[in-house]
Design a binder for this molecule. Structure first.
Ligand SMILES: Nc1ncnc2c1ncn2[C@@H]1O[C@H](COP(=O)(O)OP(=O)(O)OP(=O)(O)O)[C@@H](O)[C@H]1O
Length: 804
């Protein structure tokens, strides 16, 4: 039943996706239209060329265009004469040729169906160059008036009237520099590099000439030495005989002399001779460029780096004004309060006979840290035990003693301020630290005790556990995390999977479903509120993880960052199943509730994801009210190094979440402790209220988004798996699509289906079974892909038609 419902739903979803209402030419129409443009381009070129030979004679005939009797000399006759006069005389001059080229190029682009966005660029730049050239040639209009055309002439005289000749030339040079800088990204450094390279090449050339000269010498010497050898051996045989031979020798003197010298020389010297060559041979060897590098470099040259944000290139990040400014912001120092607290601390410690050498205060948004240097000989544990007494004497809640402060050698006593200040989300988002951060997934949590903005990278954490009793600021914390990412990351770069069993906390994010959310293909709501759906989603994320690992493996990358960088550099072919992969952030609010209802079924995929997902860009944020050991089990805890504790009710809870006490002594309302392994930092969480989140999501939601949320791979529960299935009616709804894919690729593998159709392993396996039963692929052949028994799509159509 459930299965059927799923099918109809996703069918309904799939149909509008296939039939996108857009005006598109068929391939044949493209070829026809493209050829027309090419021919027009060629005709223009011929007409323009002819103009320079026939233009003057044709001038008089232009006015009598309609009369058939008048003859024109242009190679394309009347039309040629008219068009070339229009372009060359009346408009751009010689640079009109650019337009014939552009027309030709457009034809090629249309006919071959090449990326059109490049074409638009060519037209824009082409027109600008044509204007520039026509102005440039217009400069010489007094001699050759057709060079610049009317545009060139008029613009030139305009500039010259105002700036004179020199001014006009300089203006043209300046425009040329702008063009080079923008179009070819020419920079000062690149010019210097060019000169350096030219210099180096010149040196190399000189060196190679030198080498060549010396090369010429070496063979001669070798010849001579060979000859010398002969002569030497002859000497050894019969020296007396040699003398007359030399005398009788008719060869030039030089040669006859050399053997004598050579014979006397010890042999090794002959080999040492090419010494200077060694210097020459120390050449910098250019790194070999491999085939894929070549191709990708060319692609990058032609189309630029792949830009994942192109689909939503007009996307605007939410402005800061959407977030509220609070009047109570900014630390106010209450001197009296400081003095009073100091005196009480000193007094209390003195009562217990603990002397203080010095005391220093750092005022934070909610608490003030008093750093104490005790007198020599005081035991730290003694101060630590006085926590409650100090709290009592200061009559304040939430006093935390850090003894000693790591790395400082002092003892810290944190005392809540009487009037705490709100740390607004606006102030942390606006901070330089956040705005300039180069992190992959930056999160601005709030401010530390020394009033510094606290920014961490979720990608480095790599997963986060958040705990806190009810009403202490967890939901605000989660909103702060999500808001930070919304302010910094483009929808193409990050996707959220939101699990909200409470059903109310994250609903606002529904509005950005088509921008930032990811969901299962058959679900209507992107935010998951139903516990059974959570299991499917988590398992689907595991499939996504496996798929991503497979892609990373094929691309020989170790992590998502490397993979995406390689993809952007066009080193990975999308036809091989590669694509730009966004980060996925899974947020689970109220994890305890999930564990209570689904137990192991949730724990296992969460643990798998937590163990393995860091490299492939899936990060988990799990929040819970009850950080008890049966909720945060050992395996989960071990894989969540980053922990955040808002105020909890007991020391035990604090220990479960932080592996230490402290969280039970926080003062609530966003007062939190953060640790990512060793050090614990106290932070006042940034406050972002529901209306603010609403404004931000409204702003994003009102913009153009993707057609649908990011679709996660489909997960079909184990129970719905069937064995080989020959019943046509029971076939998977993707059967036909899968069959076509397999036939086109001529490769019968389940992983191909998994990748292309975004399926889980089970479903892809079942599809392969059904394809086998239908006789489209051959039997199982171990590690090899199955044989495809249908040669092409026509044969496939026939086969499937005969079946029904
Ligand atoms: N960073 C903060 N700064 C100031 N006030 C805060 C902050 N965080 C929370 N608060 C206050 O505490 C209240 C409760 O916060 P929040 O809703 O986040 O609690 P919670 O832990 O999610 O509770 P529950 O688990 O019951 O949903 C907020 O309405 C707000 O008034």
């Amino acid at each position: 039943m459930a299965k059927k419902k799923t099918k109809t739903k996703s069918k309904a979803k799939a149909t509008p996706k296939l039939k996108k209402p857009s005006f598109k030419l068929s391939s044949q129409q493209k070829l026809i239209f493209g050829s027309l443009l090419i021919i027009l381009g060629v005709l223009l070129f011929i007409a323009f060329l002819s103009f320079f030979f026939t233009g003057q004679t044709d001038q008089s005939t232009l006015t009598e265009f309609s009369s058939r009797d008048v003859e024109t000399k242009n190679w394309l006759n009347k039309l040629g004469a008219w068009v070339s006069d229009l372009f060359i005389n009346k408009a751009f001059g010689v640079s009109s040729f650019i337009f014939s080229g552009l027309l030709f190029l457009s034809g090629v682009y249309v006919a071959l169906d090449i990326n059109k966005s490049k074409l638009l660029k060519h037209w824009i730049w082409g027109t600008l160059i044509a204007i520039w050239l026509s102005v440039f040639f217009g400069f010489f209009a007094h001699k050759y008036d057709s060079l610049g055309g009317t545009i060139g002439f008029e613009m030139n005289s305009f500039f010259q009237d105002y700036m004179g000749k020199i001014g006009t030339v300089l203006l043209l040079v300046f425009i040329l520099i702008i063009y080079l800088a923008i179009r070819f990204k020419v920079t000062g450094e690149s010019i210097v590099a060019l000169f350096k390279r030219a210099n180096k090449e010149l040196k190399d050339e000189i060196n190679s000439v030198k080498t060549a000269n010396e090369d010429n010498i070496v063979p001669l010497d070798n010849d001579l030495s060979a000859e010398a050898e002969d002569i030497k051996s002859a000497f050894e045989l019969n020296i007396a005989e040699v003398e007359p031979t030399i005398e009788n020798h008719s060869k030039p003197e030089k040669k006859t002399e050399t053997p004598k010298v050579k014979i006397n020389k010890p042999e090794p010297e002959l080999e040492i001779e090419p010494e200077p060559e060694l210097n020459i041979e120390i050449k910098t060897i250019e790194e070999e460029v491999s085939e894929t590098d070549n191709l990708s470099n060319k692609l990058v040259e032609d189309f630029g780096q792949f830009d994942p944000t192109l689909d939503l290139s007009k996307f605007e990040f939410p402005p800061l004004d959407l977030l509220k400014k609070y009047n109570t912001e900014g630390i106010t120092i209450n001197q009296e309060e400081l003095e009073e607290n100091k005196n009480r601390i000193v007094e209390t410690l003195n009562n217990y006979k603990i002397g203080i050498a010095s005391i220093k205060a750092t005022i934070g948004p909610t608490v003030t840290l008093y750093e104490i240097v005790p007198e020599a000989g005081v035991r730290i544990s003694k101060i630590k035990n006085l926590e409650d007494d100090i709290a009592l004497s200061l009559s304040a809640l939430g006093i935390r003693i850090i003894a000693p402060i790591p790395g400082k050698g002092t003892i810290g006593i944190e005392v809540p301020n009487k009037n705490s200040t709100i740390v607004s989300m606006r102030s942390v988002i606006a901070s330089q630290k956040f705005q300039k951060s180069e992190m992959e997934l930056p999160i601005a949590f709030g401010k530390t005790i020394s009033n510094e903005t606290f920014v961490v990278d979720l990608a480095k954490m790599p997963h986060m556990l958040m705990a806190g009793a009810t009403g202490q600021g967890k939901s605000v914390g989660l909103n702060a995390v999500l808001t930070s990412l919304l302010y910094k990351k483009h929808p193409a770069e990050v996707k959220f999977v939101l699990v909200d069993p409470k059903k109310v906390e994250l609903t606002l994010f529904n509005k950005i479903e088509r921008h930032y959310l990811a969901k299962l293909p058959d679900s209507e709501e992107a935010i998951i509120t139903d516990n059974t759906k959570v299991i499917n989603t988590l398992n689907s994320l595991c499939i996504e993880m496996d798929n991503r690992y497979e892609m990373l493996k094929n691309a020989m990358c170790r992590n998502l960052k490397e993979y995406n960088a390689k993809f952007k550099a066009r080193k990975l072919n999308p036809n091989d199943g590669h694509q730009f992969l966004p980060y996925i952030v899974l947020v689970v609010d109220e994890f305890a509730d999930l564990i209570m209802t689904a137990g192991k079924e949730v724990e296992t995929p969460i643990a798998r994801l937590a163990q393995l997902a860091r490299a492939i860009g899936i990060h988990l944020i799990i929040a819970t009210q009850r950080p008890s050991v049966n909720v945060i089990t050992g395996i989960i805890k071990a894989n969540f190094p980053a922990r955040i504790a808002f105020r909890v009710t007991s020391k035990i809870d604090s220990r479960t979440i932080l592996d230490g006490s402290g969280a039970d002594q926080l003062i609530g309302r966003g007062d939190m402790l953060y640790t990512s392994g060793n050090e614990i930092t106290r932070i006042q969480c940034a406050f972002v209220d529901t209306p603010e989140v609403e404004k931000v999501t409204d702003f994003i939601g009102a913009q153009k988004g993707y057609p649908d949320a990011y679709l996660l791979p489909e997960y079909v529960g184990e129970e719905s798996g069937t064995s080989i299935d020959n019943n046509i009616a029971d076939r998977d709804k993707l059967f036909r699509e899968a069959a076509e894919l397999i036939v086109i690729a001529q490769q019968g593998s389940a992983s191909l289906l998994q990748r292309k159709l975004k399926l889980g392993y089970n479903r892809a396996g079942r599809l392969i079974d059904q394809l086998e039963a239908a006789g489209i692929v051959g039997g199982f052949e171990g590690s090899k892909a199955r044989q495809v028994l249908v040669p092409d799509l026509v044969a496939l159509d026939q086969l499937l038609e005969n079946e029904s």
